[in-house]
Design a protein around this ligand. Structure first.
Ligand code: ZN
Length: 590
């Protein structure tokens, strides 16, 4: 098994795997991006290809490719290994099958259910009406395949009998998966007579479904009851694997496009997403519900910082958008709104006029401008009183803009639109801000972890990246310097090796307690950016720090020995002290 783990790791490239979740930029020897494990505006998350590791200097997260996949996709070790093995084309001999919390089984039944629904839609006679419906909505075969759409029979136990009778799953598993309701004696399918949209998690596994009723079916009565009170859409309930607040429909398909176009279009429904995608706006995802949650922002902001919204701007939708502004500003996101005309939703516009839809998305306006227009349309900027109302409505949002220059630009824009003095608007904004900052100041914690590399790390980094000659020179220069602790030990090992190695091999063969320190130093290393003189200067400063500490310790020990009258110890220590002083003099000349 261990061999296979190594083989999978060897054949996987951490840069490619991380890239699926984080937009990375090459910077020196590393790739840098926004950390997927904590919220940040500037990248402190680094990936190193030679060492095949990642490390975040903001939150401390770090490890190898398997750990990354486990953490970012919420997989256990076996699942992560399997996924990597599949990608790398490695056949695992004995698979690690653990299913402590039953999640694996839920995922299995979802996968089978998706297959079952997809078969009914594409191959089975009973899928005819659904096929017609989808064709009428502009969904061709390729789209149906790409999104693996399906159809649920109008029966009470179509899926239940497939999974329980044929595939031998226990009824309670189906209930836990949200695919069926009822009890052991009578179990019903949750989705009946509906077009089925599989919902994928961030790892690309089906974890839930959304079912849309067929227009024809809603007119038919079922069980003698009029059917028009049935919901147009029903969704999987929250389960241990499905979470509505994190669900972004289409993400697995749009992910690369989002990175490539450096923008994501967010719409509200599955059909909106698919139609927009088919029209050529391939960077589209759909949210569940009307709010872009913080969890969704976390996932998307690693891929791009430009969010374009095409959401229903009714009162509820607008309130939801306003709630998310603050979170978006904190992340440094730029949010734009599509002004939708010529149809009731993205699906209709994109389907009827695909070119216009593409242009409409291009013309999206910054969200603040969108709010201005809304407020002005609501109140009418025709009296002092109404202008006051507009300002009062818009200012709280403008006050959340973090960048002061941008804040001022918006203040000016609003003032111009209302025909008032820009200074007055700006003052209103600042008033709201100062009120808020007073309460915020009290909440500021003492987070002093600056993420700046220490001198220790810099020295190790320099030694690891500068080659044989410099290592030899430094070794000579520092001869006699006491090398203690992990850092000292590591420097000692580098000197022993004499610099005739490839850093990645050296780091890999280190004892565990030293290898992460070395990897960190290597990642942070600026060794190639500074010249030799600078390197020597840093090394001298570092060595002098050690000498100072050591001398202070000797002084203490000598004092103690004097108190005890231990002349031998005094003699030994004094000798060491003399050597240290000599080394310091030598360093002063370096
Ligand atoms: Zn982090």
């Amino acid at each position: 098994m261990d061999n296979q783990v190594e083989e999978v790791k060897k054949k996987s490239n951490i840069v490619n795997i991380v890239s699926e979740h984080v937009a990375l930029k090459k910077k020196g020897r590393n790739f840098v991006g926004l950390c997927p494990f904590h919220s940040e505006k500037t990248g402190s998350f680094m990936v190193n290809e030679e060492l095949q590791i990642y490390k975040c200097f903001g939150c401390g997260a770090g490890g190898d490719v398997i750990k990354f996949l486990m953490e970012v996709e919420g997989l256990d070790f076996g699942e992560a290994l399997e996924k990597l093995a599949d990608k790398a084309g490695v056949k695992l001999v004995d698979r690690v099958k653990t299913d402590k919390d039953g999640k694996r089984e839920l995922i299995e039944v979802h996968d089978l259910a998706a297959e079952y629904y997809h078969y009914l839609l594409t191959k089975h006679r009973s899928g005819e009406a659904a096929r017609k419906y989808l064709a009428g909505r502009g969904m061709n075969e390729k789209l149906i395949e790409t999104f693996r759409l399906g159809y649920a029979l109008p029966e009470w136990d179509g899926l239940v009998s497939y999974l329980v009778d044929k595939k031998r799953y226990r009824p309670e598993v189906l209930v836990a998966a949200g695919l069926a309701t009822g009890n052991e004696r009578r179990l019903y399918d949750r989705f009946r007579g509906r077009v089925i949209f599989p919902l994928y998690d961030i790892s690309g596994r089906v974890v839930g479904f959304s079912g849309r009723i067929l227009p024809a079916a809603s007119q038919v009565t079922q069980a003698g009851r009029p059917n028009n009170d049935e919901a147009k859409y029903i969704n999987s309930p929250e389960t241990t694997i499905y979470h509505k607040s994190k669900m972004l429909f289409g993400l697995t398909i749009a992910r690369n496009e989002i990175k490539k176009k450096n923008r994501v279009l967010i719409v509200e429904g599955e059909l909106d997403m698919m139609s927009s995608f088919a029209a050529g706006v391939t960077e589209t995802v759909a949210i569940k519900g009307s709010a872009v949650t913080e969890e969704m922002m976390d996932i998307l902001s690693r891929l791009t910082s430009t969010f374009v919204l095409a959401l229903d701007a009714d009162a509820a939708g607008e309130a939801a958008m306003k709630r998310s502004i603050e979170a978006a500003e904190k992340r440094g996101l730029s949010i734009k709104m599509v002004n939708m005309v010529g149809g009731k939703d993205p699906d209709e516009i994109a389907r009827k006029k695909p070119h216009e839809w593409v242009e409409m998305v291009e013309r999206a306006v910054p969200i603040y401008e969108f709010f201005f227009d809304k407020a002005i349309a609501r109140w009418g900027a025709d009296s002092v009183e109404n202008i006051g109302k507009i300002v009062k409505e818009v200012v709280p949002y403008l006050s959340k803009v973090e960048n002061s220059v941008i804040r001022e630009v918006w203040a000016k824009k609003l003032a111009e639109q209302l025909g008032v003095d820009k200074q007055r608007v700006y003052e209103e904004i600042e008033k709201v801000r100062s009120g808020r900052s007073q309460t915020e100041e009290k909440n500021v914690g003492k987070n002093t972890s600056s993420g700046r590399p220490s001198l220790d790390l810099s020295i190790i980094g320099i030694l690891l990246t500068s080659g044989e000659e410099l290592v030899e020179r430094t070794k000579k220069m520092l001869l006699g310097l006491p090398l203690n602790g992990a850092v000292g030990k590591l420097v000692g090992l580098i000197f022993d090796e004499g610099g005739v190695w490839k850093a990645e091999i050296f780091v890999k063969n280190l004892p565990k307690e030293l290898s992460s320190l070395a990897a960190e130093a290597y990642l942070l290393s600026t060794g190639e950016e500074i010249d030799e003189k600078e390197k020597v200067k840093l090394t001298v400063a570092w060595a002098r720090g050690i000498i100072r500490e050591e001398r202070a310790q000797f002084a203490e020990q000598i004092k103690e020995a004097e108190r005890q009258g231990n002349n031998v110890t005094i003699g030994n220590l004094s000798e060491k002290l003399v050597k240290l002083n000599a080394l310091e003099r030598k360093l002063a000349l370096a």
